[in-house]
Design a protein. Sequence first.
Length: 445
Amino acid sequence: MRAIRPRRSPAVPLLLAVWAGAAGVIWLWWMNTPSIADNNSRILNAGRITGLLAGYLMALVVLQMARVPALERRVGSDRVARWHAMTGRYTICLVLAHLFLTMWGYALQSGKGLGGIVQQTIDSINQLPDVGKATIGTGLLVLIGLLSIGPVRRRLSYDLWYHVHLLTYAATYLSFWHQLSTGNEFAVQPEAKTAWYALYGSVTALVIWYRILTPIRLNLRHRLRVEAVVEETPGVVSVLMTGRKLHRMGAEAGQFFRWRFLAPGMRFSSHPYSLSAAPRPNMLRITVKAIGDHSSALRDLEPGTRVWAEGPYGALTADRRSRGKVLLVAGGVGITPMRALFETLPGAPGDITLLYRANTTQDLALWDELAQIAEERGARLMYAVNSPDGERPDISAETLSRKLPDIDRHDVFMCGPPGFAQQVYEALRGAGVPARRIHHESFEM
């Protein structure tokens, strides 16, 4: 316990590197831009800089999908997902601005004016190299962006949204070539073309390594199969999986895998579920609430079903800890990573506290296990459920401070629905817990 050294997130250095790269792109444009003498030059050069920045950000969008361990396990999968969503929005805006400004500038050069943009676009597709491919890529990006808008995204099944999202790779490939064949910077500076190839080549190598080769190696080595399916509470099941040398997978309590169960109707679905128990050398366990087609089908899995896993991912691990005392807060099925941490986080009696929020006592999944762990470790176990008339429990700064008078000297690990997580976060901040000691992951984009 005296050797607690929290692992620092590399998020800040990475963001600085991203901004440095953007500055380099702007410098490249500036060094190849003559004096801007008239309105037409301003429009065309605005189209150039938006195109260069869009190309740079598109590489970052793909990098954020590559599941590089330094990002997934150090920065956190949820934070990387938010970066990916934000970068994607900026990329689409820059791509559309580049398309509009460039076609407008070309139209002015041809004497067509603003109203001739559509015709100029058609002419450019027919006459300029690789612009037709880039147009298809732009259409794919816009489609992905539209399907990722909150209200639209919530109406789609997870599997449909996930597979449509993979079209990002095709959009990036189709858009890449016209950057080199029509971009002025790459035509006059061979070094710039080499740097662009290096950027996209490195990203492509990371995608192939971590999204294709690493999962193949993991599954050939460990050969996971379903051992049993156990109903914990109505609508909540645990899936126990066995395999070879599972302790060498590098999984930690608090992390998750993406699971693909090779059963009829589930082979093409890959979903993220957290480990609900500390990894054993011959056993992994997940606990899932039936809230969709995939999660509902888990209860019907047969023993012996092959499992394809990718991971482990997530930064909600003991490495984030900076204090001796820890409060774990779980909402609903968010108990799964908290249960694993409750079992494994080192601490003296009274150092570890778990607060479990559910609608009713019948919804307290894994409660018997939690009670046994609390008794064996001398840990504190509390629950907050609705009253018989449906009134929600009070989880406020005052309540938390009353239950844990020294809460401001705790680390807090939290997992649950976004609304619940936001409420608890505000209560913790009001109780004096610094933001740097509130650790949580959310996968709502």
